[in-house]
Structure formats: C-alpha cells, structure tokens
Design a protein around this ligand. Structure first.
Ligand code: HEC
Ligand code: HEC
Ligand code: HEC
Ligand code: HEC
Ligand code: HEC
Ligand code: HEC
Ligand code: HEC
Ligand code: HEC
Length: 416
C-alpha cells in the first residue's frame, strides 16, 4: 500500500469516527475531554460509575487527570492507556513528593521506586506484560486506600487480589512457579486469625512479601520475615545448631519445618520422630538428636497430663469447700512453663528445654501437695463431724428404743 493511500484511509477513518461521535452525542465523557479517542459508551458509563467511589474522584480529580496525561502518537488524549505506560502514569503524581504533600504529607512517594526493584517491576521493565502493574492490585477506576473495607488492598481482600494471577495455573504456566500459595495460605493459622478472628496483626500476602517491593524473601531473609512477629522463636532458632546447619544446606529457617503458606498450628505431636512429627524428616530415632526429639515429645505430654491431673485434684478440693485458690493460681504458671518449653524447643538444646520443664514440674508437684493436703484436711474435718453425728444417731436410736419399751410396758399394763 502506498503512503498516500494509507494516509487517505486514516483520514477517512477519522472522519467516520468524528461523524459517529457527532451522531451519538452522548459519548461525551464526563467532564468533557475534547480530543479523546473513542471508547464505547458502556465502557465510559462503567468507568464513570466506578470512579465515583474512587479516592481520586473524592480528592477532586477527574477523568482527564489520568487520561490527558496519556497521549498517543498523534498527541490525542487516549482512553486506551497502554499497559506498558501504567506505572509511569501513576508514578507521574505519586513519585512527585512536592505535589503529593499538598494532599497528604504522610503519604509515601516511593511506590514506583519500590515497584522497580520488585520481581514484578524487574520483569515489567524487560517487557513482560503478564506481571502485576499498579492497576492489577489497585483496580483501574475503584482505587481506595487500604483502610477502606471495599478496597482491593484491604487486608481481608488482598489474597483474592493476588489470587487472580497466582492461582491461575494457565496464566502462570510459562514461569514454572508454583500456584498453590493462596490455597495454602487460606488454610493457614494466619488466615484463620485474620479472617475468622479479625486479628489484623496476622499476616497477609504483602505483610511477608512487601506490597511494592514484592519479592520472595531470600534464604536468609525467610527467618527474618517470621521473626518480626515471632520474636522469641527467632531468638532461640538463632542460637540453635540448626541455624548454621540449615544455612550450609541452603535451607530456609522457620519454613523448613513450618512451610511458607500452609502453616498449621503445631501441637506436641509435631515434636519427635513419630508419624506427624517434623524432626523425623531429618533425624533417625536412635541418634542423639532423634532421641532428644522423642524424649522432648514424651516430656511435653507428661507435663501436660500432670498439669491436668493436678488441676482436677484442686477442682475437686475446691468443690467440696476447701480453699485452694493460691494453688490454682500457681498452677497456671506450670502451663506458662510448658508454653515456654515449646518455644525454647527452637534452640534444639536439651538443657534449655529441660530447664523450662523443670520449672513446670516443680509447680505441679507443689500443686499436688497442696491438693493432697486439702483432701487430708477435708477428711479430718469429716471425721470430726462424723463422730458427733454417729453419737447423736446412737443416742436417738437408743432413746427411740427406750420410748418404745416404755410404750410396750404401758400397753401391757392397760390390757392387764
Ligand atoms: C487514576 C487514573 C485514572 C482516572 C482518574 C481515570 N482513568 Fe480511565 N483508565 C485509567 C487506566 C490506567 C486505564 C487503562 C486500564 C487498562 O487497560 O488496564 C483506563 C482505561 C479507561 C477506559 C478504557 C476501557 C476500560 O474500561 O478499561 C475508559 C473508557 C476509561 N478509562 C474511562 C474513564 C473515565 C470516563 C474516567 C472519569 C470518570 C476515567 N477513566 C478516569 C486510569 C484512569
Ligand atoms: C494526577 C495525579 C495522580 C495520578 C495520575 C494518580 N494518583 Fe493516586 N492519588 C493522587 C492523590 C492526590 C491522592 C490522594 C492522596 C491523599 O489525599 O491521601 C491519591 C491517592 C491514591 C491512593 C490512596 C492512598 C492512600 O492510602 O490514601 C492510591 C492507592 C492511589 N492513589 C493509587 C494510584 C494509582 C494506582 C494510580 C494509577 C492508576 C494513581 N494513583 C494515579 C494523585 C494521583
Ligand atoms: C502487587 C500489588 C501492588 C502493586 C503492583 C502496586 N501496589 Fe500500591 N499498594 C499495594 C498494597 C497492598 C498497598 C497497601 C499498603 C501497603 O502495604 O503498603 C498499597 C499502597 C499504595 C499506596 C498508598 C500509600 C502507601 O504507601 O501506603 C499508593 C499511593 C500506591 N500503593 C501506589 C501504587 C503505584 C503508583 C503502583 C505502581 C507503580 C503500585 N501502587 C503498585 C499493592 C500494590
Ligand atoms: C496480573 C497478575 C499478577 C498479580 C495480580 C500479582 N502477581 Fe505476583 N507475579 C505475577 C507474575 C507473572 C510473576 C512472575 C513469576 C515468576 O517469574 O516467578 C509474579 C511474581 C511474583 C513473586 C515472585 C515469585 C518468584 O518466583 O520469585 C511474588 C513473591 C509475587 N508475585 C507476589 C505477589 C503478591 C503478594 C501479589 C498480590 C499483592 C501479586 N503477586 C499479584 C503476576 C501477578
Ligand atoms: C507468613 C509469610 C507469608 C505469607 C503470609 C505469604 N507468603 Fe508467599 N512466601 C513466603 C516465603 C517464606 C516464601 C519463600 C518460600 C521458599 O523460599 O521456599 C514465599 C514464596 C512465595 C512465592 C514464590 C513461590 C516459589 O515457588 O518460588 C509466591 C509467588 C508467593 N509466596 C505468593 C504469595 C501469595 C500470593 C500470598 C498470599 C496469598 C503469600 N505468598 C503469602 C512467605 C509468605
Ligand atoms: C505480621 C506478623 C506475623 C508474621 C510475619 C508471621 N506470623 Fe505467624 N502468627 C501471627 C499471628 C497473629 C498468629 C496467630 C495468633 C497466635 O496464635 O499467635 C500467628 C500464628 C502462627 C503459628 C501458630 C501458633 C500457635 O500457637 O498455634 C505458627 C506456627 C506461625 N504463626 C508461624 C509463622 C511462620 C513460620 C512465619 C513466617 C513464614 C510467620 N508465622 C509469620 C503473626 C505473624
Ligand atoms: C526444626 C524445626 C523447627 C524450626 C526450624 C522452627 N520451628 Fe517452630 N515449631 C516446631 C515445633 C516442633 C513446634 C511445636 C512445639 C509444640 O507445640 O510442642 C513449633 C512451634 C512453633 C510455634 C507455635 C507456638 C509455640 O512456640 O509453641 C510458632 C509460633 C513457631 N514454631 C514459630 C517458628 C518460627 C518463627 C521459626 C523460625 C525462627 C520456627 N518456628 C522454626 C519446629 C520448628
Ligand atoms: C531439615 C532437617 C532437620 C529437621 C527437620 C530437624 N533437624 Fe535437627 N539437625 C539437623 C541438622 C542438619 C543438624 C546438624 C547436624 C547434626 O548435628 O546432626 C541438626 C542438629 C540437631 C541437634 C544437635 C545434635 C547434636 O548432636 O549436637 C538437635 C538436638 C536437633 N537437631 C534436634 C532437632 C529437633 C528436636 C527437631 C524437631 C523439632 C529437629 N532437630 C528437626 C537437621 C534437621
């Protein structure tokens, strides 16, 4: 096709468009956007409707705030903002500290810079248009701050936002990356705490991965992510033989035993070399570490059972009127000691775990002693009340016999 005919065709196309626009009339965007490229009426209506609740509309911005900034090759304002221009468009304001300060001095202005160093951003710059851009996480025309419960980035909605791509095996096929993170996370203790208990301190995807600098934590950083919240387990793990051994084997810290996403609330069966225990995946029952694991499992169970036994002894004493309140309070400290042992287990140092267990065992022993003493006292008191009662009963019985004997005599006397 010659250059001339190509130009002619474009001219005709433009005229047709203008004619169509004039005929429709109503395609005018709100507010007017003089040289916008045409989009369908429904698209504009939908966008306009959605935009009403958008934070940008609420701050007084209009369609042209974004659409004018995006001009096509012929310098016409375009409704079709190409995907490869979106981060730049959003960044044109959000990177501009002076501009953003006028609206909200506390709002960070590093999102684009962060995005550029994320896995998403690095691939994006290389031309991969499958990765997330700003609007994939924030929506196009319903952008709201994270604090708004309707926002795509509200903690309770975030997993669904990532899920759109990360659970779509077909979409993620070419990357060879797993697509089970959301499914795993939704089963986790964290998701349950967040969604079912409304505990907003429990992590969602971006708590661990960062929102704009989204990248998987590296081998050394994995433990760091968890320990920002689970400080004590982190401290003990740092001091454990596993710290160095795992690093040498290039294994991550916490998630080697707990998994990254499908994190379940562990119980004492998780310690040891038994069926549902984690230590057995690396240690053999007979070897030193395996022995320690199995012994620890046994010790945890024993202390738990002993605490329960002491508790029911004290309960029974309390129910029969004995004052064992002090012992009951002290016994809760035995449970605390067991909790501490479950944490110090992360040191994989038998002496440390034993020290916590000993504290618990001593308290349990005291509780048993207090409970038994209360029972002895109860029995003594009972003996003290039983004797007079017996004596009285004997008295009544003998008195009754005496009366009957007298009555018998009287009857005899009358019949005589
Ligand atoms: C905060 C920036 C921003 C504002 C403000 C904005 N848009 Fe958009 N709009 C975009 C982006 C980015 C795209 C491209 C989305 C894509 O292709 O993924 C887009 C796409 C569109 C499209 C193309 C079809 C579609 O739905 O994707 C239409 C139509 C549109 N916008 C209309 C409007 C109208 C009408 C308004 C005002 C009521 C408006 N936009 C306000 C950023 C904005
Ligand atoms: C014309 C300038 C401009 C453009 C372009 C722009 N924004 Fe904004 N954006 C703002 C202003 C101003 C606010 C309001 C800040 C405030 O008052 O809290 C805001 C608020 C936001 C917020 C809420 C911040 C909060 O937590 O309070 C998000 C999220 C956001 N924009 C994302 C985007 C995305 C994504 C894009 C691109 C599609 C975009 N913005 C394009 C100016 C812009
Ligand atoms: C992978 C998802 C994702 C992408 C991509 C993304 N954001 Fe965000 N963004 C979030 C989340 C989640 C938050 C909520 C607050 C937080 O965790 O920082 C947020 C918060 C914000 C805020 C509110 C201010 C703040 O720091 O809290 C602005 C503004 C913002 N993003 C702009 C952008 C811009 C501009 C881009 C593109 C360069 C972008 N975002 C890309 C997920 C994303
Ligand atoms: C538009 C689709 C899309 C959305 C939405 C999206 N991502 Fe991604 N993400 C990708 C693609 C594609 C990759 C590149 C995969 C790869 O190379 O491993 C990626 C990579 C990642 C990686 C790095 C994985 C690796 O193998 O190193 C992490 C972590 C990640 N995304 C987290 C998130 C989180 C968290 C969210 C939600 C806040 C999110 N993504 C939303 C498409 C998306
Ligand atoms: C409690 C912290 C935590 C949460 C919450 C979390 N992740 Fe992860 N994620 C990790 C860790 C740790 C890794 C690294 C795993 C590894 O190296 O074996 C990871 C890895 C990933 C990867 C890369 C997988 C791979 O095979 O390379 C993606 C993608 C990902 N997470 C997405 C998500 C999404 C989506 C969510 C929300 C549904 C999420 N993550 C929630 C900690 C978390
Ligand atoms: C943002 C804070 C935060 C981060 C990061 C975090 N967690 Fe949690 N975690 C919680 C909260 C909150 C709970 C639920 C309340 C509780 O039981 O402590 C929890 C519960 C748990 C539980 C169950 C505790 C129990 O007593 O049943 C385990 C195990 C766990 N997290 C492991 C991890 C691992 C492993 C990582 C890193 C991959 C991690 N957590 C990252 C906050 C966090
Ligand atoms: C060698 C395996 C292993 C490693 C590594 C490990 N844990 Fe644990 N973790 C366990 C076992 C086993 C339990 C269960 C203890 C019990 O309940 O008897 C547990 C329990 C927990 C609990 C539940 C509360 C508690 O302490 O009972 C949390 C939270 C936890 N771990 C977090 C972490 C964090 C954070 C890291 C990394 C610093 C980590 N774990 C590393 C094996 C491990
Ligand atoms: C991912 C594999 C792995 C898991 C799971 C694991 N360990 Fe280890 N453990 C090691 C390695 C490797 C060493 C260092 C080499 C060695 O001394 O055997 C080690 C060392 C130890 C040691 C020190 C052994 C010694 O002789 O000094 C103890 C104790 C120990 N582990 C206990 C445990 C307990 C308890 C659990 C479960 C809560 C556990 N380990 C889970 C790999 C593991």
């Amino acid at each position: 096709m010659s250059k001339l005919s190509a130009m002619l065709m474009r001219l005709v196309a433009m005229l047709v468009t203008v004619a169509a626009l004039a005929a429709q009339g109503s395609v005018k965007p709100e507010p007017p956007c003089p040289d916008c490229r045409p989009a369908s009426e429904t698209q504009i209506k939908t966008a306009s409707n959605e935009f009403r609740a958008d934070v940008h509309a609420q701050k007084g911005m209009t369609c042209v705030s974004c659409h004018e900034a995006a001009r096509d090759s012929s310098n016409a304002v375009s409704y079709t903002i190409k995907r490869n221009r979106i981060p730049e468009l959003c960044g044109s304001c959000h990177e501009d500290a002076t501009r953003m300060k006028q609206f909200n001095p506390s709002l960070r202005t590093d999102q684009l810079a962060q995005y550029r160093i994320s896995v998403h951003g690095i691939k994006f710059v290389k031309g991969d248009m499958h990765v997330a851009v700003c609007t994939d996480c924030h929506t196009v025309h319903s952008i709201q701050p994270a604090s708004d419960p309707h926002s795509s980035i509200h903690p309770l909605n975030l997993a669904a936002t990532c899920k759109r791509c990360h659970s779509d095996a077909a979409y993620m096929k070419s990357y060879g990356v797993a697509t089970d993170q959301v499914a795993g996370y939704v089963e986790s203790v964290h998701y349950k705490a967040l969604v079912e208990e409304g505990d907003l301190s429990a992590p969602t995807c971006t708590t661990c991965h960062g929102s704009h600098g989204a990248a998987p934590p590296g081998v050394t950083a994995v433990a760091n992510v968890c320990v920002t919240c689970h400080v004590l387990q982190g401290k003990f793990f740092e001091e454990s033989p596993h710290k160095q051994a795992f690093a040498l084997l290039e294994l991550p810290g916490c998630v080697t035993c707990h998994e990254s996403h499908r994190i379940h609330p562990p119980d004492d069966n998780f310690v040891g070399t038994g069926k549902s225990a984690v230590c057995g995946t690396c240690h053999i029952p007979g070897e030193a570490a395996g022995k320690m694991a199995d012994a620890t499992h046994g010790n945890f169970r024993r202390l738990e059972t002993d605490i329960a036994g002491a508790k029911s002894l004290l309960n029974r004493a309390a129910r029969s009127g004995m004052d064992v309140a002090d012992a009951e309070v002290e016994l809760t400290q035995a449970s605390d000691a067991l909790t501490k042992a479950r944490v110090s287990l992360h040191s994989a140092q038998p002496a440390r775990v034993a020290a916590d267990l000993d504290v618990g065992a001593k308290i349990v022993a005291q509780a048993y002693a207090a409970g038994s003493a209360a029972w002895r006292e109860r029995n003594n008191r009972r003996r003290a009340t039983v004797l007079p009662v017996l004596a009285l009963t004997a008295l009544f019985v003998s008195a009754g016999l005496y009366v009957r004997a007298l009555e018998g005599k009287g009857r005899k006397g009358r019949s005589e």
